[in-house]
Design a protein around this ligand. Structure first.
Ligand code: RS7
Length: 667
């Protein structure tokens, strides 16, 4: 007899998804396999967004279809890349997710989409397919050392050379945004660009600032000198992970009650307020002893401040003492809010500049971008496409390799943005990253643990914490439901060799085998796994959005986030003038370079995918689809709560609105 199988082939709906090349298909079943059939592609078969059906005739029954072999043969010399989304065999009965570019001459063997852990593959043909897939991926995605002493990264330097497995969407569009927008920005700012002078007045900075502004950046410009606002930024600015409760005044920062009691509640004291939990500390110790950059032949200055803050009776957080260097010394005065206005302002500017540098290098680059790359690499190298956790995680890794390669090529390279505009440019940035690597602990990456460790559970109006904890909880509940389905018992975790390889890769390459990091090197329980996966998804989406999205708002007004300091920290009180301040903050060209980068990187991309959206249908079973739907409902609820909370506030905290955040580190 003749058996007929109907296969539907769906092409992606992005630009250039279509192909004119020839595609051959072979169905491989439990009983037998079909002949290789050329799919008729002289007509408009593989057009953008289309689905076409084909009949495959076989002499015998194939059994359950296990694999579909796809071969593309170049018709032209160069070949014509094709984005194949998925194949369905006999209606919806078996479904083969592809969601990748098929380039050049290639032969892919796609697995049927039901998620399978490695020990669930009983047939040799499937085991072999799985092993082959991982062998290929491990050869395509190799680890390399970007700098000694910090996490490893992908061994590819040109974003266009990324293998088709990972260029989920059109790579060049990202590149285009990168280069195109820089050019545009530069053009607008051309008149300022080559000026290596200091700014001559705040009015001059304002003229430049006015070229590009948002409601929030205007608000920041209005408020930047105010102590309340300085405190607010530690809670709801771009770097909300630094502030800690202060239970004891550090010995290298000898603030006395005499110095600060005037700023505290009447009849209270520093000791009493510490006991009440109203005193907080921010310590930039990581920046101590970092060699400073040289910009236009001039040495720059990095300070490593300590800043004490007080939560007053109106629940406002205010700085009450600032020391700009780590060692207590008469030449290193402790600045106070009632010092000469310019002294106090300059002290705060030094803190903000230190904060900006540490923020970009550690909070943003190391702890979101580079860490997300480690997770991405481990996923690509260790988990096969049919693995349930590959299906869960890969959407949270979209564009991450691309953007990080570009960051290494244009921001933290020799002659890149850091060298041009930031005080930690040159060798300093690598030293900062190395030190920060040691502080990157598992507990500091898990928001609930981190909030406790920093003692900031009760501080009011800490929206980063409030929104973050809610989001952590719904991500965790999504992950748990999924694990309950795929890992009913702890033994399922123990037996999953790919999963164990995955966490081991992260431990070795991402955390350099440092046990002190608290990162596990294996998993033994479902609970452990669920917490870790929550952290991974949270880092790639929520945390990145929290630290990335406010950059323009908070740093467009340069004095609020000076990328470098041109003069050393003051050693005396009572002498600072406005002129000193203008000469200390970044010069014109550093300001322009830094702002251009911030502006361009804070534009949302045209193919934005929001948290919890999984436009690629990788899970084929019904249960995970329901869990995804529930996750989306939970996220929507949080989004509404945030909108509601923000109503009537002068500047609402929007950086953690799930509807506005990407599913991955994509920019
Ligand atoms: C941005 O990512 O939006 C802006 C980055 C930026 C702007 C001005 C000075 C320094 C930086 C930086 C950085 C390091 C992290 C960047 C990773 C983003 C591709």
């Amino acid at each position: 007899g003749v058996y007929t199988y109907i296969v539907s082939v769906t092409t992606g709906d992005m630009f250039f998804a279509h192909t004119h090349d020839s595609v051959y298909i072979t169905l491989i079943g439990t009983n037998s396999q079909s002949d290789k059939k050329r799919l008729d592609n002289w007509g408009p078969d593989f057009t953008k967004g289309s689905t076409h059906q084909y009949k495959i005739h076989c002499k015998e029954r194939l059994g359950d279809i296990l694999l579909i072999r796809l071969e593309k043969v170049n018709r032209s010399y160069r070949g014509d890349d094709w984005f194949c989304s998925k194949l369905d065999c006999d209606g919806e009965k078996s479904y083969f997710p592809c969601y990748r570019w098929v380039t050049g001459k290639e032969c892919l063997e796609l697995r049927e989409g039901t998620a399978k852990k490695p020990n669930e593959d009983k047939l040799d043909i499937l085991k072999e397919n799985r092993q082959k897939e991982l062998d290929i991926r491990r050869s395509l995605f190799r680890w390399t050392t970007y700098k000694e002493g910090i996490l490893k990264c992908v061994d590819i330097q040109d974003p266009c050379k990324l293998p088709p497995e990972i260029t989920f969407l059109f790579t060049k569009s990202t590149e285009f945004v990168f280069t195109g927008a820089t050019a545009l920005m530069k053009l607008k700012l051309l008149e300022w660009q080559d000026c290596t002078d200091s700014w001559t007045s705040m009015e001059q900075i304002e003229k430049f600032f006015n070229v590009n502004k948002t409601d929030k950046s205007v608000y920041v410009q209005r408020k930047w000198k105010e102590d309340d606002f300085f405190g607010y930024q530690y809670l709801n600015g771009t770097n909300p992970i630094m502030i800690k409760k202060c239970k004891q005044i550090p010995s290298n920062f000898p603030v006395t009650n005499f110095m600060v009691s005037g700023f505290l509640d009447k009849s209270s004291s520093l000791q009493k307020e510490m006991e009440k939990g109203n005193i907080f500390l921010v310590d930039y110790q990581l920046l101590d002893d970092i060699p400073a950059n040289m910009i236009h032949g001039r040495t720059q200055y990095i300070s490593a401040p300590l800043c004490l803050l007080y939560k007053d009776t109106h629940n406002q957080l205010k700085p009450i003492a600032i020391q700009l260097k780590q060692t207590a010394d008469p030449e290193n005065p402790i600045f106070l809010p009632n010092d000469k206005e310019e002294d106090w302002l300059l002290a705060k500017i030094f803190v903000r500049s230190a904060d900006f540098n540490l923020f970009e290098l550690v909070t943003h680059l190391l702890r979101t971008h580079l860490l997300a790359e480690v997770f991405c690499m481990a996923t690509l190298r260790q988990l096969a496409c049919v693995h349930p956790l590959y299906k869960l995680l890969i959407p949270h890794m979209r564009y991450t390799l691309q953007i990080n390669i570009m960051a290494r090529n244009t921001l933290v390279n020799k002659g890149g943005l850091f060298d041009k505009a930031l005080s930690t440019g040159g060798n300093g940035m690598y030293k900062v990253l190395q030190k920060a690597q040691e502080s990157m602990t598992y507990s500091s990456l898990c928001l609930p643990d981190d909030i406790k460790a920093r003692g900031v559970e009760d501080i009011p109006c800490y929206y980063y914490r409030d929104d973050g904890l809610k989001l952590w909880a719904v991500i965790n509940s999504f992950v748990q439901s999924l694990l309950k389905y795929y890992y009913p018992n702890d033994s399922d975790v123990l037996e999953d060799t790919e999963l164990q390889g995955w966490i081991n890769d992260i431990f070795c390459e991402g955390f350099l085998q440092r046990e002190e990091s608290g990162i596990p090197n294996s998993f033994s329980t479902v609970n452990e796994l669920s917490k870790f996966l929550t952290m991974v998804i949270f880092t790639c989406s929520v945390q990145h959005s929290a630290v990335n999205s406010g950059q323009f708002d908070f740093s467009a007004w340069m004095p609020n986030a000076s990328p470098t300091m041109q003069c050393p920290p003051p050693t005396k009180k009572g002498e600072t003038t406005m002129q000193d301040i203008l000469q200390s903050i970044a010069d014109v060209s550093s300001t322009v370079d830094s702002l251009a980068a911030v502006r361009l990187l804070s534009t949302t991309s045209s193919d934005f995918v929001k948290l919890g959206d999984y436009p690629e249908k990788r899970f084929t079973e019904e249960s995970p689809q329901k869990m995804i739907a529930q996750f989306q409902v939970d996220l929507k609820k949080i989004d509404n709560e945030i909108v509601h909370r923000n109503e009537g506030q002068e500047i609402g905290y929007t950086y953690m609105r799930p509807s506005l955040m990407e599913n991955s580190v994509a920019i």
